[in-house]
Design a protein around this ligand. Structure first.
Ligand code: 5GP
Ligand code: SF4
Ligand code: MG
Length: 455
């Protein structure tokens, strides 16, 4: 998911809309904005993408100087309007809205407890548990209530909470998910990624620190660290795939990391070939790095159709590999008779790669060597990324040679764990979560959750 917040700007709703637009890659299922006019909160949520829900007239219904917004892709709970964020409630504290990027691995246990005590949930989302906990807390100040709740509920969370007069910005002590602080004409802005600041002309100030609770209101900005400190575990997958390459994540250029992944991949997994071809768009930056290091020419040998909606009408007569062909098509003139190094950011189920390899062969490729700019994905994520269950992760169940045969490539090579860490700045002091590549979870996950499908 992606979150955006702004405090102290007359165009809060419009700027949030723009911020969410640039975070759209982080979630396409639903979108929502809640604004505050200083007295009351105003909310609009919908299923779909930012520009489908927020028209000029809808934005006019969102007055005020403060706002939070969310784009969702689900890692917990169902996909329906009930789960669309930000959530908002009225309780003894007054009005409260919340949006969340991350995941609470233990939310189900806590939810069951709350339900036994009589709580009524309106969604299947783990984030709603936080709302209930906040509403129940006896702490007079919300800032303290937030600290109490998160001392009890560990997890991965970059969270924004809006009340009629304050914005609270919270990042979990391990810093699993990114969250950045910026400034625009004296207003305070926060976003999952810095690309949102670029679009609205805000300046990046710093990252929200792991374990930080930042309160923004009329008195200014106040930072506190009330949670027990932990060793940071920044999600490395943000640099591999999830974030936009033009963002700075954990203070580091995503494009730079991907370029270095590609260069290191070429050192670790060299091959004699005629051209380097990326799987667009996710493989592009690493492919450029691979080409630069190996000296093999970079070519856009696969063209992507950018105008694909969520559904398309399939032909009645089955066309081979139709699904992937709608999105990608080989440039025969570049591919025919050539030995191709195909570079992608990750191999998850293997189904896409298998189809792309076949398409390249149909286009006349002499050899196809698949290179993946991260290690084999062997474990599901419990911290906010929608990795499939262990059963569906091909590398959790098969050897690299067996995968190579399945996708029918002439060779298959992955970037090493050490290579990935170095490319992302671990040698410069950044500390990462790499659990989906190692199975070593920085925050324990509930036993019964292990191996369960994440939708
Ligand atoms: P697969 O190996 O499962 O067929 O697909 C791999 C492709 O899925 C890669 O091109 C990669 O960019 C993309 N991918 C990797 N992780 C995710 C994810 O979490 N969500 C989505 N939508 N795509 C992903
Ligand atoms: Fe990121 Fe993987 Fe860790 Fe999940 S398990 S937070 S995707 S590095
Ligand atoms: Mg991809």
């Amino acid at each position: 998911c992606g979150v955006f917040g702004i405090w102290g700007h007359p165009e809060a709703a419009r700027l949030t809309y723009l911020g969410l637009y640039s975070l759209q890659h982080r979630g396409q299922e639903s979108v929502g904005i809640v604004t505050s006019d200083g007295q009351r909160l105003h909310a609009v949520r919908g299923m779909g993408e930012v520009n489908e829900i927020f028209t000029e007239s809808v934005l006019d219904k969102l007055p005020g100087h403060c706002a939070i917004g969310h784009v969702r892709y689900s890692t917990a709970g169902e996909v329906s309007l009930n789960e669309a964020q930000p959530f908002s409630i009225k309780c003894h504290r007054g009005e409260l809205a919340i949006c969340h990027n991350g995941n609470f691995p233990f939310a189900e246990t806590m939810r069951a407890e709350l339900e036994r005590e009589g709580a009524i949930f309106s969604s299947t989302s783990d984030t709603e548990v936080v709302l209930h906990k906040l509403a129940r807390s006896r702490q007079p100040h919300l800032q303290q209530a937030i600290a109490d709740v998160f001392r009890e509920l560990e997890g991965a969370y970059s969270i924004l909470i809006l009340t009629p007069d304050s914005l609270f910005v919270v990042r979990d002590p391990r810093g699993f998910r990114p969250l950045c602080l910026g400034e625009l004409d004296g207003a305070t802005v926060v976003a999952s990624e810095t690309c949102a600041f670029d679009l609205i002309g805000a300046t990046y100030v710093r990252d929200i620190a792991p374990g930080e609770i930042l309160t923004v209101n009329r008195e200014g900005l106040r930072t506190e660290y009330p949670l027990p400190p932990q060793t940071p575990a920044f999600c490395i997958f943000e640099h591999v795939y999830f974030a936009r390459p033009d963002s700075r994540i954990y203070g580091r250029s995503v494009n730079k990391s991907r370029h270095k992944m590609g260069k290191q991949l070429a050192r670790e997994q060299p091959v004699e070939a005629d051209i380097v071809v990326p799987v667009p768009d996710s493989g592009v930056a690493a492919a450029i790095g691979y080409a630069a290091q190996s000296g093999i020419n970079f070519r856009f040998g696969l063209v992507r159709n950018h105008y694909i909606g969520r559904t398309f009408i399939e032909p009645t007569q089955s066309i081979r590999n139709f699904g992937v062909k709608v999105k990608l098509n080989p440039v025969r003139d570049l591919i025919e008779g050539r030995r191709v190094v195909l570079v992608d950011d990750s191999l998850v189920r293997g189904t896409t790669s298998r189809k792309i390899v076949e398409m390249l062969r149909q286009a006349g490729a002499r050899e196809v060597h698949l290179r993946i700019s991260c290690p084999p994905t062997i474990s599901p994520c419990y911290y906010g990324v929608d990795t499939p269950s262990t059963a569906e992760l091909i590398a959790a169940n098969q050897s690299t040679e067996a995968i190579r045969q399945y996708i029918n490539a002439d060779s298959l090579g992955y970037l090493s764990h050490e290579g990935l860490l170095a490319a992302c700045g671990a040698d410069e002091g950044l500390r990462f979560c790499t659990a989906c590549y190692t199975g070593k979870y920085p925050l324990p996950v509930p036993q019964r959750a292990v191996g369960r499908s994440h939708r």
